[in-house]
Design a protein around this ligand. Structure first.
Ligand code: PLP
Length: 393
């Protein structure tokens, strides 16, 4: 996609880009359409700015339901639509089709699209998928990304390509933070010039794909019957549906006690939905003895570790993979144990009577009602994941 450097506004991470773009196109009291489930900071942003989020059913493999969105925009005023067509957090899909249809629909109604593409570089396939921005002919797509996922979140360097809203975004940027610190920008620019970035990306893509598979396999192996897992096409996030009797907040607390962070599904909606879903970061870092809890699992890969890994012999790399697998195994066991206990202690709701081979339930993805929709996986069995989320699950 050809990019005009003049269009780019450098921001403090993608988070600032999300906030600035929202403020540029919508005002307090406006309604903004979002995917459901969606990344919680997008919901926080709308709430903080006094806007209302309307949740659009979102399929775990296909992405936002464009037809449902069409019905919504036909009957009410929508100020903007916020989406993540590539490697959505939390579902991990890469919208396979209908990107153009989505842009055309919103363009026909003159609705700005806030596209969040922070995982764009972390694809598991052969090439970076196209952004919505590449189908934009009217300057209505406000794209953003950052180096937080591909390099390190600690630089806090992101950017926005706000299309026809550039002047507004630039003004808001000036009012908001004046400017983005230049030292990390210079450091990143220097690094990019040195030709190591592509190699680094190839390495992390392979690693994240491998680790997402390991983590999925661990969930399949240890979690209670009825558990199902997304099949991400990129990034490093897993979305796990547990039996309905599991309260993800209780599970969150139990896991935290064991030094493990999982995200409660509640965070990904404003409707108190997804209560029995959890979000997992599938990046496995070597176990370290940091702090009092020597067994605390580390979820993020540091670049130093990656570089070491790259420079290792084949044997070293195999040893690393074993450590990673063991760490994933231990982490999945702890969360799984808490999940099993939650199922057992639930008052009347026994886990659904579905066997481990996935027989005994209808293999459907239930999409909720418009505006209250949720991507809900309604029955159990690991093998259903394949039917639901596509090949390779
Ligand atoms: C979907 C999504 N958008 C934005 C962010 C934040 O990005 P940044 O660290 O660049 O502000 C995250 C971080 O987890 C994310 O998952």
């Amino acid at each position: 996609m050809p990019v005009d450097p003049e269009e780019i506004v450098i921001t403090v991470g993608a988070t600032e880009a999300i906030n600035l773009r929202l403020q540029a196109v919508a005002k307090p009291g406006d309604t903004v359409a979002v995917e459901s489930p969606t990344y919680y900071a997008m919901l926080h942003a709308t709430e903080r700015l006094g806007m209302r989020a309307i949740e659009v059913p979102t399929h775990p493999a296909e992405g936002i339901d464009v037809d449902a969105l069409a019905r919504i925009v036909a009957r009410r005023k929508i100020a903007a639509c916020m989406v993540m067509p590539n490697f959505q957090n939390p579902l991990g899909f890469q919208m396979p089709e209908r990107k153009r249809a989505l842009v055309d629909l919103l363009s026909a109604h003159e609705i700005p699209v806030i596209e969040n593409d922070v995982y764009q570089e972390l694809y598991y396939g052969d090439a970076r998928p196209s952004p919505l921005k590449s189908f934009d002919t009217k300057g209505l797509v406000l794209h953003c990304a950052s180096f937080s996922k591909s390099l390190s979140a600690s630089y806090r360097i992101g950017w926005a390509m706000p299309g026809r809203f550039r002047a507004q975004v630039e003004k808001l940027k000036f009012l908001n933070t004046l400017t983005t610190p230049s030292v990390p920008q210079v450091a990143i620019a220097d690094y990019l010039r040195q030709d190591g970035y592509d190699r680094h990306l190839r390495c992390v893509r392979r690693l994240y794909r491998q680790q997402a598979r390991i983590m999925s396999a661990m969930v399949e192996r240890f979690f209670p019957p009825g558990t199902r897992t997304s099949t991400p096409q990129g990034g490093y996030v897993l979305w796990v549906e547990l039996p309905e009797s599991v309260d993800s907040m209780k599970l969150y607390r139990a896991a935290l006690e064991a030094g493990i962070t999982v995200g409660s599904g509640y965070m990904f909606s404003t409707r108190h939905a997804f209560g029995h879903f959890i979000w997992l970061n599938s990046v496995i870092r070597r176990r370290t003895r940091r702090g009092a809890r020597g067994a605390q699992r580390q979820f993020h890969i540091e670049r130093r570790t990656l570089n070491e890994r790259r420079n290792r012999s084949g044997a070293g790399r195999r040893a690393d993979a074993t450590v990673a697998r063991a760490a994933g195994d231990a982490r999945a066991r702890v969360v799984a144990r808490a999940a099993v206990e939650a199922v057992q202690s639930a008052d009347e709701h026994a886990a659904p009577p579905v066997d481990r081979a996935g027989r005994g339930g209808a293999s459907e993805v239930k999409l909720g009602e418009e505006g209250t929709g949720s991507a809900r996986l309604s029955d159990g069995g690991e093998t259903l994941c394949a039917a639901l989320f596509g090949p390779g699950a």
